[in-house]
Ligand binder design. Structure first.
Ligand code: AMP
Ligand code: ZN
Length: 467
């Protein structure tokens, strides 16, 4: 068997063979840190986490790099609207300075990292603020200038898309300036409607450059940083589906025109969106759901990871609370089945493992992998110890936290939870959700009398046996 991934560039599933056999190189577009991440954004990182874990599970060494956008991203991807970081500073009543901008970015970058931890997402090997790489941006723009791809207007330096014959190849429609006229708001100084900013002038605050003080355009940071950390050509570039028509299209234009090498990334992989009741959740439209909205409802955040894995990453999801509660019940059932397997860890069941690999190798088919997980836990012909070993093996990729529920090879303190205790804990959770605190207190006492103590944490109830 071999890994196959859907490549947006070819619109096909392709066999994945790394450029350099020793190490796979991956770049993931990171968050714009002017606010908390919404639950849609987090799908992009659960997707890349599953991708990274699968690549490593298959035995490859991997280097994953992610940018953190702390400058240059306007509310529209196509150079119109307000600057998102400025918007964040205004919202928080802070003066518009580069120092404040950085502080705002650092605050929300930390919140973002907390979210990753709560979702069991492994940190990328490198995570870098865009504002630390302005020199790399300007060097790249200089290179494009020398090659004749750029021009100046009264508000910035622009990339001339008519100089690149296959501009737009990623979105499957190579642009002629006539075709694209209706797509992006007219700016009378632009030569072609889809020309995009490489550098935007700003006399009040900004960074110095030979063209004038200002900020890099949003797209240039990803070209400059991916080149710096991964080289001019690398294996995989990831992001949400919204990045295809503008951000990634422009990144390809910048990198490939500067280096003269195609393709800049072999595989372009994109996750579909999460919507709420059919609508897109956009951070710039005010209210949005965050991971904290889930935690506040006393739902373990891993449940959201589980919900996402129930759908293929290229399938659109409409988020609703009923679906999340359904996922919560199912995940608890899985944990319960697992916790009743005893302490011994046996051997990984080869046939199940082969199937698991087959599903994950087929463009990360997590829905089928999850249904296989149920099959393992319900298999009556398998020993408990072998079930445990097999579940722990799958969980290296799924990351649902089974090992924390008991089952390190050494056994130890994690004894399986008796079913009657699990039931009481679930009942108490229900009572708490319904704000029936009297009942939840009574249930706590009953759990205590049976020799267990329940503690409420941000990640849901935690139990330990009283000595
Ligand atoms: P941003 O913080 O806006 O730069 O976006 C961070 C990541 O979230 C990018 O990869 C986006 O493509 C992705 N993204 C944005 N909105 C959604 C959504 N509703 N569902 C899934 N991914 C999204
Ligand atoms: Zn990017």
């Amino acid at each position: 068997m071999a890994l196959k991934f859907y490549n947006t560039l070819s619109r096909e599933k392709e066999l994945f063979i790394p450029i350099d056999k020793k190490e796979v190189r991956m770049y993931s577009c990171g968050p714009t840190v002017y606010d908390y991440a919404h639950i849609g954004n987090l799908r992009a990182y659960v997707f890349t986490d599953i991708l990274c874990r699968t690549i490593r599970y298959e035995g490859f060494k991997l280097k994953q790099v992610m940018n953190i956008t702390d400058i240059g991203h306007l509310t529209s991807d196509a150079d119109s609207g307000e600057d998102k970081m400025t918007k964040g500073l205004l919202r928080e009543g802070k003066e518009l300075t580069l120092k404040n901008m950085r502080e705002l970015a650092e605050f929300y970058a930390e919140k973002f990292k907390d979210d990753l931890k709560k979702l069991n997402i492994k940190m990328p090997d490198g995570m870098y603020f865009a504002s630390d790489y302005i020199k790399e941006d300007t060097k790249l723009i200089k290179k494009l200038e020398e090659k004749g791809y750029i021009y100046k207007t009264s508000d910035g330096i622009y990339f001339d898309i008519s100089k690149m014959p296959d501009y737009g190849i990623l979105r499957g429609c190579v642009s002629s300036s006539k075709e694209s006229k209706s797509r992006i708001a007219e700016n009378s100084e632009k030569k072609n409607p889809e020309d995009f900013a490489l550098w935007k002038f700003d006399k009040k605050i900004g960074f110095p450059s030979s063209w004038g003080q200002g900020f890099p355009g949003w797209h240039i940071e990803c070209s400059a940083m991916s080149m710096k950390f991964l080289g001019e050509q690398f294996d995989i570039h990831t992001g949400g589906i919204d990045h295809v028509p503008v951000h990634h299209t422009n990144e390809i234009a910048q990198t490939e025109c500067a280096t003269g090498k195609k393709p800049s990334a072999r595989f372009w992989m994109h996750n579909e969106h999460v919507g709420v009741a059919g609508a897109k959740i956009a951070k710039s439209d005010g209210s949005f759901l965050t991971l904290n909205s889930i935690i506040e409802k006393n739902i373990n955040p891993i449940t959201y990871r589980f919900l996402l894995l129930m759908a293929h990453y290229r399938t659109k999801i409409n988020f609703n609370w009923e679906a999340l509660e359904g996922a919560e019940t199912a995940l608890k059932r899985l944990y319960n089945l697992y916790q009743n397997l005893g302490n011994n860890v046996g051997n990984i069941h080869q046939e199940y493992q082969n199937k698991f690999k087959e599903f994950m190798e087929d463009d990360l088919d997590t829905p089928r992998a999850l249904s296989l997980l149920w099959d393992v836990l319900k298999d009556e012909n398998m020993s408990d110890a072998d079930k445990k070993a097999t579940v722990l093996d799958f969980d290296k990729v799924l990351g649902l936290g089974f090992s924390a529920k008991g089952g390190s090879a050494s056994g130890g303190e994690n004894k399986p939870l008796p079913i009657n205790i699990q039931k009481l804990v679930e009942e108490r959770e229900k009572a708490r959700k319904n704000k029936d605190f009297k009942k939840s207190d009574e249930l706590r006492k009953e759990i205590n009398s049976l020799g267990y103590e329940v503690k409420d944490t941000a990640e849901g109830p935690r139990l330990h046996q009283l000595s």
